[in-house]
Design a protein around this ligand. Sequence first.
Ligand SMILES: Cc1cc2nc3c(=O)[nH]c(=O)nc-3n(C[C@H](O)[C@H](O)[C@H](O)COP(=O)(O)OP(=O)(O)OC[C@H]3O[C@@H](n4cnc5c(N)ncnc54)[C@H](O)[C@@H]3O)c2cc1C
Length: 370
Amino acid sequence: MLHLGFVSHAIFPSTAPKSYAFARRTSSGRGVRTCERARLRPWRAMAVLGVEKTVGRGRERAPVEKAQYDAIVIGSGIGGLVAATQLAVKGARVLVLEKYVIPGGSSGFFERDGFTFDVGSSVMFGFSDKGNLNLITQALAAVGHKMQVIPDPTTVHFHLPSNLSVRVHREYDDFITELINNFPHEKAGILGFYNECWKIFNALNSLELKSLEEPIYLFGQFFKKPLECLTLAYYLPQNAGEIARKHIKDPQLLSFIDAECFIVSTVNALQTPMINASMVLCDRHFGGINYPVGGVGGIAKALANGLVEKGGKILYKANVTNIILENGKAIGVRLSDGREFFSRSVISNATRWDTFGRNTKDSQAISCTI
Ligand SMILES: Cc1cc2nc3c(=O)[nH]c(=O)nc-3n(C[C@H](O)[C@H](O)[C@H](O)COP(=O)(O)OP(=O)(O)OC[C@H]3O[C@@H](n4cnc5c(N)ncnc54)[C@H](O)[C@@H]3O)c2cc1C
């Protein structure tokens, strides 16, 4: 997810990053502070950067919608909806613009003959009721929603060359026993590698997760959990392949670790950051993989409903073609039908290619401080 207006790669539930200060309630508690600098000046010269294409110049402009927003979110994938709901629950006026007819993006759904099908995601992390990594549970809870889930007893069943068959059981001990049974000569190596994964996972899981680019938050976490932060800092530059090779020699087992990492990152172990690998390879046993009753599309539906319940707004068939810049700042968006919406901050959950095009110059211009 790409954010314009404030830089943050991750939006985690709980308190808002400092950059959301505009959304703080007034001392009376009845409203949201308005920001003088955010007042609309539609008569001033504005630049536009293409999202998909540039709206033709000289065209009659549709009337600017009167309402202003604190944040406009482009795209109603899970990322955009989490950003939008987190802002809405803190009192910000949020508008989500989605070009399709339903929310969800790659975690969306379609219906045929009374059945609902997932279009993409179906192996769902983040649904447990313990620890700090249950981010879907937390995101839904923030807007007063909860989904019933069905625990998945086996995450993956690997069928690899030389008839290697390994099931990744939800129960960690069952998985490790099955793996060791396949590679008894590598028992110490297997335990060594996965124990290192758990060390990292436990450090991550002990932290309250928010934006890793928020210095004050990181500083605070360091004082609360110095050992855990140092553990993560130590592993930050390392990849799973290097760590695996410290413990394991058998090439077939190393190929299995590659397959494990491919599921996490779609690249092999030597290209997979150790922290990412550890998070997934352990959380599938800690929080587990859980399938939401009604389908994965229910997550986006619940977030979209929660957004509206918290006063936010979502428009479908709203294809953003331009991000409107004023003095280098993103102040609004234009749709393919000519409608324009303005806000203090624009958050793009469209892909980086949809957002910035392939033009590096545009990319640098659009990501400048707002
Ligand atoms: C086939 C497939 C299988 C997957 N399986 C899993 C899995 O099992 N487990 C897992 O954890 N992850 C899985 N993923 C990954 C996961 O689905 C995605 O990482 C996640 O859904 C991405 O969410 P997002 O909100 O960042 O983006 P997206 O879901 O891509 O949402 C972007 C939204 O923005 C909208 N949009 C784009 N441009 C514009 C515009 N100009 N104007 C307005 N709206 C716009 C799009 O219509 C879309 O709704 C899978 C992905 C795919 C494709």
